[in-house]
Design a protein around this ligand. Structure first.
Ligand code: NAD
Length: 246
C-alpha cells in the first residue's frame, strides 16, 4: 500500500474528470487539481467557459449536458481518450431553481432532478469502466449541499430534494464500489459563486458568519480525492461554516 503523500503535488499522475468546471466550485477544483499534478478533463454545458478553464489548467475542455445519456457517455469517452484513462471524478455540475412550491413549474422540478441527481448518476456510471482500471484505486467526490442535509430555507424544494438524494446516492455508491473506488460527498453551505447571487446576505445563521470562497471547498474536495483520505469512504462532509450544526 502507498504511503499518503504529505507535500504538494498530491495528485501526481491522477486523471480526473470535473463536471461543472467552467465556473465556481468546479473551476476552483480543476485549477487546484492541476496545480497538484493531476490531468483534468473540464466538462461543462457551457463550452466557452470550459475552454477558458482548460486554458488556465492545461486540461481538456469537453461540452456536455450531464443529464443527457448520449451527451454524457460521449463526453466521458472523450475525456478518457484525452487523458488515457480516469482515476477520479468530481461531480460539481448543478443548477438551482428557486421559487414557491405552487409557482415553480413541474418541468423545473424535473430539470433540477435530471441535472443534479441523474447527471451525477450517469457520470459515475459512464466513468465506471475506467475507474475500475485505475492502477492505484479511484475516487468519486459528489457535491451535494447543506440544503441536502438541512433544508431550512423556503423556495428550495426541488434543489433540497435533489441534493438529499445525492447524499444518499453517495452512500449507496460507496457500499457498491468498495474497495476499489472510494466515494464521498461534500455539502457546502453558501459559496461565493454565480449560483449564490441573491443569497449572499443569508449567512446570519452560520457559525462562521460568512460564505465560503470556492477555493475553500476545492481544498475539501482535494482531501477526499487524495491519498490523505485513504481510509474515508461513504462520508458526507459538511463544509458549511457551521450552518448545519448551528
Ligand atoms: N454556490 C453555492 O452556494 C453552493 C452551495 C452548495 C452546493 N453547491 C453546489 O456546488 C456545485 C457547483 O456550484 P457552483 O456554486 O460552482 O455553481 P456555478 O453556477 O458557478 O457552476 C455550475 C456549473 O455547472 C454547469 N452546468 C449546469 N448544468 C449543467 C449540465 N446540465 N451539464 C453540465 N454542466 C452543467 C454550469 O454551466 C456551471 O459552469 C453545484 O452542484 C451546486 O449545487 C453550490
Amino acid at each position: 500500500m502507498k504511503e499518503p503523500s504529505t507535500g504538494l503535488a498530491r495528485l501526481t499522475g491522477r486523471r480526473v474528470v470535473v463536471t461543472g468546471a467552467g465556473s465556481g466550485i468546479g473551476k476552483a477544483t480543476a485549477m487546484l487539481f492541476a496545480r497538484e499534478g493531476a490531468s483534468v478533463a473540464i466538462l461543462d454545458l457551457n463550452y466557452e467557459s470550459a475552454q477558458a478553464t482548460a486554458k488556465e489548467t492545461g486540461g481538456y475542455a469537453v461540452q456536455v449536458d450531464v443529464s443527457n445519456e448520449d451527451s454524457n457517455a460521449a463526453a466521458i469517452e472523450k475525456a478518457a481518450q484525452a487523458m488515457g484513462g480516469i482515476d477520479g471524478v468530481v461531480n460539481a455540475a448543478g443548477i438551482m431553481i428557486v421559487g414557491p412550491l405552487g409557482e415553480v413549474p413541474v418541468s423545473s422540478w424535473r430539470r433540477t432532478l435530471d441535472v443534479n441527481l441523474t447527471g451525477t448518476y450517469l457520470t459515475v456510471r459512464n466513468c465506471l469502466p475506467w475507474l475500475n482500471q485505475a492502477p492505484d484505486g479511484a475516487t468519486i467526490v459528489n457535491i451535494a449541499s447543506a440544503a441536502g442535509l438541512l433544508p431550512n430555507a423556503p423556495g428550495l424544494t426541488a434543489y433540497a430534494a435533489s441534493k438529499g438524494a445525492v447524499v444518499n446516492l453517495g452512500r449507496a455508491l460507496a457500499a457498491e464500489l468498495a474497495p476499489l473506488i472510494r466515494v464521498n460527498t461534500v455539502c457546502p453551505g453558501m459559496v461565493n459563486t454565480p449560483m449564490a447571487d441573491g443569497f449572499r446576505a443569508n449567512v446570519g445563521n452560520y457559525a462562521l458568519k460568512r460564505l465560503a470562497e470556492p477555493e475553500e471547498i476545492a481544498d475539501v474536495i482535494l482531501f477526499l480525492s487524495s491519498l490523505q483520505s485513504s481510509y474515508v469512504t461513504g462520508a458526507t462532509l459538511a463544509a458549511d461554516g457551521g450552518r448545519s450544526f448551528h
